[in-house]
Design a binder for this molecule. Structure first.
Ligand SMILES: [Zn+2]
Ligand SMILES: [Zn+2]
Length: 331
């Protein structure tokens, strides 16, 4: 498959297929690196990472670096501007952006087509996702589909083989040329690339977060001088940083630690604390084994908040074509 050509109908079908357990793209030798640990579970082997310098062929993405520095500094500063109102706004916006936006919208709806909603509702979830400041929908979807097809292999955007910190936070720090980015989008997310709204979203997505921050600051200052900092720092910086790390732990921790319900050809794991922090995304081995399922918790105790929201939308008639079949062996 060339880098430039968009996914064909058959390839798209594969990306959106129910299971990649027998993914023919996977080099069989990669499974040899998975060894049995003392617990009897499959333990992960850590290949020698490539040189860090080689992973930055075009240098550093200073925009991403600066943005993350500002957000994390803001989250630390928020500790000196605590208010109960700020904390409540942080909690509500965390749910709206990380759950409705990223896990439900970007991931299960747009990336995997786990269910369908009317177009205006899809765009609403896209706006929620953009408020997470994790990139545009098209960037997120293209990157994640590539991760699924090349999981833990060369070309995986955030392979744990390159070390924990690479898979957690460093993978989006290299500078990517515009032509490379457009090739990524056209190949891995041709459905969104064709949608003029998603192309607009890709150009303007940071504006949503900046306007939210300004709005919270102005509203807080109108209530009481100095209060604006509390609302803006907790509603944007602290909330975004918590969302970032919950998403990043899915890329890093759940490809390193945890247990497996399925013997997939990648290193995905189920990890309860990531599942709690990310509204169900931590049941990552279940997801890699049956990626199109809207429900990521397959055992009764694998709590999946995002699935509860999707189920509610289904009962209300908003979500249709919901992929909710749980594999026989895990019932
Ligand atoms: Zn994964
Ligand atoms: Zn996925």
């Amino acid at each position: 498959m060339s880098v430039e050509s968009p996914l064909t109908t058959d390839e798209m079908q594969e990306v959106l297929s129910d299971s990649l357990l027998n993914d023919t793209h996977v080099d069989e030798t990669s499974t040899d690196e998975i060894q049995t640990g003392r617990s009897g579970r499959k333990a992960i082997a850590h290949p020698v990472p490539s040189r860090l310098r080689d992973r930055f062929p075009n240098g550093m993405n200073w925009t991403n670096f600066t943005w993350m520095l500002v957000m994390h500094s803001g989250a630390v500063a928020a500790l000196w501007h605590f208010s109960w109102t700020g904390l409540a706004i942080c909690a509500v916006l965390h749910f709206v952006t990380a759950c409705l936006g990223v896990t439900l919208g970007y991931h299960r709806l747009l990336t995997h087509g786990s269910f369908k909603v009317p177009k205006p509702v899809e765009y609403f979830f896209s706006v929620c996702g953009m408020l997470s400041a994790e990139g545009s929908p098209i960037f997120w979807v293209a990157t994640h589909r590539k991760h699924h097809v090349l999981s833990d292999l060369p070309g995986d955007p955030h392979s744990p083989n390159e070390g924990f910190w690479w898979s957690h936070i460093l993978w989006f720090k290299p500078r990517v040329l515009k032509s490379e980015e457009e090739a990524l989008f056209a190949r891995w997310a041709p459905d969104l690339w064709k949608d003029p709204w998603h192309r607009v979203f890709d150009r303007i997505f940071p504006v949503f977060t900046i306007l939210l921050g300004i709005g919270l600051f102005v509203a807080g200052e109108a209530i009481k001088p100095g209060f604006g900092w509390s609302l803006a720092l907790w509603g944007v910086c602290m909330r975004a940083v918590l969302c970032y790390h919950s998403t990043w732990f899915v890329n890093s921790a759940t490809h390193i630690w945890g247990y497996r319900n399925y013997e997939t050809t990648d290193r995905s794991r189920n990890l309860w604390w990531v599942a709690l922090a990310s509204y169900g995304e931590g049941w990552h081995n279940n997801h890699h084994a049956h990626q199109r399922l809207a429900r990521h918790g397959h055992r009764w105790w694998e709590i999946d908040v995002t699935w509860m929201v999707i189920r509610t939308l289904q009962i209300l008639g908003i979500a249709t074509n919901v992929q909710d079949r749980i594999p026989e062996q895990t019932k």
